[in-house]
Design a protein around this ligand. Structure first.
Ligand code: CA
Length: 229
């Protein structure tokens, strides 16, 4: 079955080009140009992924993204006209899975769409050690019965850590695994996601420290002895 990609873009020409390329890549597409129509549509239909323009008449992509995140974990790729916006957007914890800067090549967009879908479709078994359960399809991490309320990026970080128990993960590895290939992200971006993740874990269980810093290298994920099953 073809996957449905929702294209949210107010420039008809650009939307048309994107849709053409996506169709050639065997996706179904739906186009929305107006901000206010997005959330109701997403609630009703279940797109496989959303391409979301940041600047829209009647609203901005950031707010739409946050609103969608209250009801759905659908992968979202945010599109912005300014490269310097990307760092800022990441800092704002919008809940987007990836960012693309205009002007882009439609080919690149299709590659990113595929990369994000690949990343979010995997179905590793839940990790129940130490009371931690990861629900891939809902991007939900439950610790001792409490939802950690992670962003998509934090969820992927935790998922990657928990697949590498006891091993040191370099920042480079973390970047490679939580973002799609072409992305260049600063080390501090990873550090800030890890910090948020630690904070959310500590809020649920102050005694749980899973993620340890390894000076000059990266991080190590370890479950304490007594918590292991
Ligand atoms: Ca626009």
């Amino acid at each position: 079955m073809k996957q449905m990609i929702l294209v949210v873009e107010d420039e008809p020409k650009l939307a048309g080009v994107l849709r053409d390329y996506l169709r050639q890549a065997e996706f179904k597409t739906f186009w929305i140009a107006n901000a206010s129509a997005v959330v109701p549509w997403v609630r009703k239909h279940a797109p496989a992924l959303i391409l979301l323009d940041l600047m829209l008449p009647g609203g901005n992509g950031l707010n739409i993204c946050r609103e969608i995140r209250t009801c759905s974990t659908v992968p979202i790729i945010m599109i912005t006209a300014r490269i310097e916006e990307i760092d800022r957007l990441q800092g704002l914890e919008s809940g987007a899975d990836d960012y693309i800067c205009k002007p882009f090549s439609p080919r690149e967009v299709v590659a990113r769409v595929r990369a994000v879908l690949r990343r979010t479709d995997g179905n590793p078994s839940p990790d129940t050690a130490a009371g931690l359960v990861l629900n891939q399809s809902r991007y939900q991490a439950i610790l001792n019965g409490h939802d950690l309320g992670l962003t998509a990026v934090e969820f992927r970080l935790l998922q990657f850590f928990s697949s590498k128990k006891g091993q040191v993960c370099t920042r480079q590895q973390l970047m490679d695994n939580i973002y799609s290939d072409e992305r260049v992200v600063a080390d501090r971006t990873i550090d800030s996601h890890v910090m948020h993740l630690r904070t959310k874990i500590a809020l649920v269980d102050a005694n749980s420290e899973f993620i340890h810093s390894v000076y000059g290298v990266g991080y190590k994920f370890e479950l304490r002895e007594k918590m292991e099953r």
